[in-house]
Write a protein that binds this ligand. Structure first.
Ligand code: MIC
Ligand code: SF4
Length: 660
């Protein structure tokens, strides 16, 4: 008799949600999505797209729209977007988390996430939910819109990497140091095509929000997501959140197999820091001596839980922030904020001279608190890409809240182990639960008017490709280009997220501000790049705005997962060099041509790109799945989804919602 298959945790959740394909690594699968989340900076586009799909109501178990990114209201734009988001949510069966209620990932963990379910969010740090055993993935807004409509979410069936945690963290070493160690070993592209599953005896010593710090920053590995088992610690957290019924146990079968294994001995870890300008540029804090620090920021979806803020408060109690340091503290949610206010910890933080910021992304996305010129800024955040802080020559280091406070007190990079005895943090048996920051959807949607201010411009349409693709190489870039390079954020650009003509003027702003003008004058063209192109955020604007400028294809050595999907969703052909050396065969300005486009898109083999300037050709592949080919040929995912829905509505008795 055949032995029953022993499944790892990832396989169990995938198998329970599989709608199409087989669980074979490297092939495309479609899974049913239980929950979605959006945030405001990506959400306006996502809801405009959901409206364009034309369904009256979301088909998920739960969909939540958060406002946490575009919080500075320096003009009407962000306020307009918030109003649109609130009304469109109310009309279509979506919960609305008001500005001030907190960062989407922290709030979702507290109030909505459920072990064993699937979550897709229009934000790359959606894997935060993996801390509670949820299979939580970041995606472009259009993929989330389709999932809200009940369509499957498509992904490449990942390799599963087991990270075994042995031993126990030593005082002053924390969850952030674990993920920094994983990043040090695997690098920012080491997780592409993989899901990281944590296990081992060290797991139970980590509280739920500590696990969430690790899965959150797993996004920086390029991983599809990361996940922890759901155990007694998970039950404890859900009980304290007043949601004991949402708990269910979840673990890999004993003897389950994995494609790769990594072992981390927690006893051996020391406080770590990621140096500028990459989250994998990791070194022990003790090795960096005499680096003066001008700014310290604690917060972001990585490290802004109750536990994190309490350690900050206890370390600051009775002390003062160093006179040459500007320190900011951002609680991750209204719940955390209220609890540290109620128990007096907030007063200790204020008394230390730290600046308190409302619960939001804030400095993490350059929404205020840009450091001074050339400053060293130590942050408990997850990304330190050049210029992301709002100051191009700032040097941003990523560290645990403990290390951040040690730096704030001494004015230089400091190992927190120099701070004496580590304070003990008691986790609450019950969190403050009032949910006044969440507004339920309307009972009668016909009474809701969707409010669109002048900042909300109609969606630009993707074009259906013809029989050849021609254009100039508008830009040639190096390895590890981030979506922050392609489509910057920050307080000046983010308010334009609902206005593609306006935001497209900032495409590649940091690398070459002449790009938009040149692209328009040339009638579009190509971008050529190196490895891990498009790493970082899920922002589909990094595909949508270039599409608006006429970008037709991107040829690189390798892609980051979400950005590749976003390119396809907007009808831009993603191509990889068959031989990495051919990267040298293209120079910026070269005219390129791909003949027989329809044929090469439908085929699975490599095809030539003619360099009309040099007179030579080189080979590329697209690696598109059958569905992705159809999306490209339809002129993008919106056209493709509409066409499918039309077909289904004319076919008898078919629902848009995919069944498992
Ligand atoms: C980020 O951390 O880069 C963001 C801002 O949260 C993005 C989303 C966006 O660009 O709106 C992300 O991580 O996906
Ligand atoms: Fe917000 Fe920063 Fe988290 Fe992105 S990484 S969701 S900007 S806190």
């Amino acid at each position: 008799m055949a032995q029953p298959q022993r499944l790892n945790l990832v396989q169990k959740i995938l198998a329970a949600h599989l709608v199409s394909g087989k669980l074979e690594v490297g092939t495309e699968i479609g899974i049913r999505i239980d929950q979605t989340l959006t945030q405001d900076a990506t959400g306006t586009m996502s809801y405009l797209q959901f409206e364009a799909i034309g369904l009256p109501k979301v088909a998920t178990d739960l969909s939540v729209s958060y406002v946490d990114h575009n919080m500075l209201q320096t003009g009407f734009e962000n306020a307009d977007d918030h109003r649109y988001l609130q009304s469109v949510a109310s009309k279509h069966g979506i919960y609305f988390s008001r500005p001030g209620n907190g960062i989407c990932h922290q709030v979702h963990l507290e109030r909505f996430g459920k072990p064993g379910t699937t979550l897709v969010g229009s934000d790359s740090h959606t894997p935060t939910g993996g801390g509670m055993g949820q299979l939580a993935m970041g995606a472009g807004g259009l993929d989330v819109a389709v999932a809200m409509g009940g369509g499957p979410f498509f992904l490449t069936c990942p390799k599963v990497v087991r990270v075994e945690l042995k031993g126990k963290l030593q005082p002053w070493v924390s969850a952030k140091d674990i993920i920094l160690e994983v990043l040090r070993r695997l690098t920012v592209k080491g997780g592409v095509g993989k899901i990281i599953e944590y296990s081992g005896p060290g797991v139970k010593s980590l509280s739920l929000t500590e696990r969430a710090t690790i899965t959150n920053m797993g996004a920086e590995l390029g991983a599809t997501t990361s996940v922890f088992p759901s155990d007694e610690r998970t039950r404890e957290f859900l009980k304290a959140q007043g949601r004991p019924k949402d708990w269910r146990p979840l673990a890999a079968d004993a003897g389950a197999s994995y494609e790769e294994e990594v072992i981390i001995d927690l006893n051996q870890l020391t406080p770590l820091v990621a140096q500028p300008h990459s989250p994998d540029n990791v070194i022990e804090v003790k090795k960096l001596k005499d680096v003066a620090v001008q700014q310290v920021c604690v917060g972001s979806c990585t490290n802004s839980s109750y536990r994190d803020l309490m350690i900050v408060a206890k370390m600051l109690k009775g002390k003062h922030v160093h006179p040459s340091v500007s320190m900011t503290v951002t609680p991750g949610s209204k719940q955390v904020f209220q609890m540290i206010a109620n128990n007096g910890a907030l007063a200790d933080i204020i008394a230390s001279g730290a600046r308190i910021i409302e619960s939001a992304c804030g400095p993490c996305i350059g929404m205020g608190q840009a450091p001074s010129s050339g400053a060293v800024s130590v942050r408990s955040f997850n990304r330190n890409f050049e210029g992301r802080s709002g100051t191009k020559d700032a040097k941003v280091y990523l560290a645990s809240p403990e290390t951040c406070v040690a730096c704030a007190l001494t004015g230089k990079l400091t190992d927190p182990r120099e701070m004496g005895k580590m304070p003990k943090i008691e986790l609450p048996a019950k969190f403050v639960l009032d949910d006044i920051g969440v507004i339920a959807p309307a009972k009668d949607p016909s009474k809701v008017e969707v409010l669109r201010g002048p900042n909300i411009k109609p969606l630009p349409a993707a074009t259906v490709p013809g029989d050849k693709l021609t254009g100039v190489t508008l830009l040639k870039v190096v390895d590890n280009i981030t979506t922050d390079h392609i489509m910057p954020a920050g307080s000046k650009v983010l308010p334009l997220r609902s206005n593609i003509p306006a935001i497209s003027e900032f495409v590649f702003f940091q690398i070459d501000p002449t790009f938009p003008k040149r692209a328009k004058e040339a009638g579009g063209g190509f971008v050529v790049g190196g490895e891990n192109y498009g790493q970082g955020s899920s922002r589909e604007h990094a595909a949508l705005a270039p599409m608006y400028l006429g970008l037709k294809g991107v040829i690189v050595k390798s892609f980051a997962r979400i950005h590749r999907s976003n390119l396809i969703n907007f009808g831009i052909l993603p191509m990889t060099f068959v031989s990495g050396g051919d990267y040298e065969a293209v120079t910026q300005g070269d005219a390129l041509e791909i003949p027989d486009l329809q044929t090469v898109v439908k085929a699975d083999h490599p095809f030539p790109v003619k360099n009309l300037t040099s007179g030579k050709s080189f080979q590329v592949t697209h690696g598109l799945s059958g569905r992705e080919k159809d999306v490209i040929l339809a002129g993008g995912l919106l056209n493709y989804t509409r066409q499918r829905m039309e077909k289904e509505s004319t076919a008898p008795k078919k629902s848009v919602k995919a069944k498992a």
